[in-house]
Design a protein around this ligand. Sequence first.
Ligand code: HEC
Length: 224
Amino acid sequence: MRKSGTSSTRKNDRLAMIFQNLALALLFAAFAGPAIADGGDVAYATKTIAIYTDSGKQAKAVGKVLVAAKLTIMETIPGWSRVEIRGWHQEGAERVLYALPGKRIMSAVLSSPAVERLRPLDVVTDPDTQIIWKGAAFEGWIMDGNITSELGDIWRAAWDLFATRCTVCHQRRIPHKYTANQWVSLLKVMGPRTGLPKDDQRLILTYLQNHAKDTIKSVPVEKP
Ligand code: HEC
């Protein structure tokens, strides 16, 4: 662990503490995070968060990042982080980025101006549907808070909701009995039946999609 230097005033002490905490958090993320991509620290959105093209008071949101979406933190300044999000979209439907090609696990929804800033990556063809999926990266700014380096924390929260709220009318269903895309249609019906806020329904959906028949092996999963 790193020790902070001494500072002369209380204000400096507080600043030093903030930076020390930040450094510790980054250090922790670097060691505890499941993977380091491109030298940045990996984090996951703990709820739906806005993404901006700039930092600061005048910044305008150009999209949203959805719960459990994987972000790479490129730069951190007080109050803000510059992040990269990678995903897959269909040709002509660039506004929605999915976590995996052909699996409709939504990672981000972008506005049209944001789409112009997408950086193209790999292109793959889904062998089942012959649909072409294009990989792309988006870089933007998010405000502090609402991210974690621990994907397991998100899955635990999701599991709690799933195990308590989705068992009111029937037995607990088995996540890997359905595919990631089947869960989308199921949650359209079952989600509202829970009476939970939209964000919580989405959290359950993302959890189930990431533990589904066709994703359980391809996604870095931490069981609750
Ligand atoms: C208010 C009652 C209620 C709640 C709450 C509820 N369900 Fe259901 N669920 C049902 C009923 C009733 C059925 C039987 C099929 C139907 O009528 O749609 C069902 C069927 C299902 C099925 C089987 C569908 C099929 O075609 O085989 C799944 C999977 C499922 N629910 C998942 C969930 C999940 C996940 C949640 C939580 C997000 C949930 N349910 C919450 C009432 C509920």
